[in-house]
Design a protein around this ligand. Structure first.
Ligand code: OAD
Length: 238
């Protein structure tokens, strides 16, 4: 495996998915027959689910918070933080993951386009920003309230909701000369389209993961392997 050629003028946009945290022990979403820790995604990850059964949604995200808090960043998270230290503002990391393993590995130029497990926000969208909240709640009564009095909800982008920071993401993809995508099945939009936007803007596009993603044909290069094993070498200075 030879390292990726990254020149002094390259601008690198990295997109990660659940696969980058797999070697930290956090399960990917589509690993188990469309069930997510025993739940159908539409029962725990939609605005309708929150309205219908907030206790189930909070229980699910409380368990995911606990799992993320117990996990440690792996060599893939560390390799991406190292690359950022080399490239500075010519690097941007966009993750679909809601865990905080990238930042715990040292990443700073980081966008959580699907939200963050360790934050909550007002369910009524009163305008207050998300608050730090890593709470693991045993019942709905324990969930703190927003300052406006409404219920708090996990700061997670549910299916049917708009991902965060899309303006900045589109701008950075337009400027990127190299897009590296790691550990995502390429089945959730708009993230699955980023490779096409980058290709149209003339960037090289590289995918790393143990199997081909749904959008494999859009990449200029596919590297097969596990992120924690391959990424340190792929991103080494050469
Ligand atoms: P998926 O579960 O759909 O895909 C995980 C990908 O990681 C698969 O393509 C695996 O081949 C790959 N993978 C597994 N182990 C790996 C390893 N060790 N190294 C590298 N890759 C590995 O997860 P995502 O594509 O991230 O949305 O899912 C996208 C979105 O769908 C998530 O952000 C979430 C989900 O529902 C929201 O929460 C809004």
């Amino acid at each position: 495996m030879s390292p990726l050629a990254i020149s002094a003028t390259d601008r690198v946009f990295v997109l990660t998915g659940a696969g980058v945290s797999a070697e930290s022990g956090l399960p990917t979403f589509r690993a188990s027959d469309g069930l997510w820790e025993g739940h159908r995604i539409e029962d725990v990850c939609t605005p309708e689910a929150l309205a219908r059964n907030p206790a189930l949604v909070w229980d699910f995200y409380s368990k995911r918070r606990l799992a993320a808090q117990r996990a440690e960043p792996n060599a893939a998270h560390a390799a991406l933080a190292d690359l950022e230290r080399r490239l500075g503002d010519r690097f941007l990391l966009c993750t679909q993951n809601v865990d905080d393993l990238h930042e715990r590995a040292g990443s700073l130029r980081l966008i959580h386009m699907h939200g963050e497990l360790k934050k909550s926000r007002c369910e009524e969208e009163c305008g207050r920003p998300p608050v730090e909240d890593g709470g693991v709640y045993g019942s709905l009564d324990e969930v703190p309230r927003c300052a406006c009095g409404a219920m708090l909800r996990p700061h997670i982008v549910f299916f049917g909701e708009m991902p965060l920071e899309m303006g900045l993401i589109q701008e950075e993809i337009r400027r990127a000369t190299l897009m590296l995508v790691v550990g995502t099945s390429g089945s959730v939009y708009p993230a699955a389209n980023f490779v096409r936007w980058a290709g149209l803007a003339g960037a090289r596009t590289v995918y790393l993961g143990p199997e081909r993603p749904s959008n494999a044909s859009a990449f200029s290069q596919i590297v097969e392997g596990r992120a924690g094993e391959v990424l340190p070498e792929l991103l080494s200075a050469g």
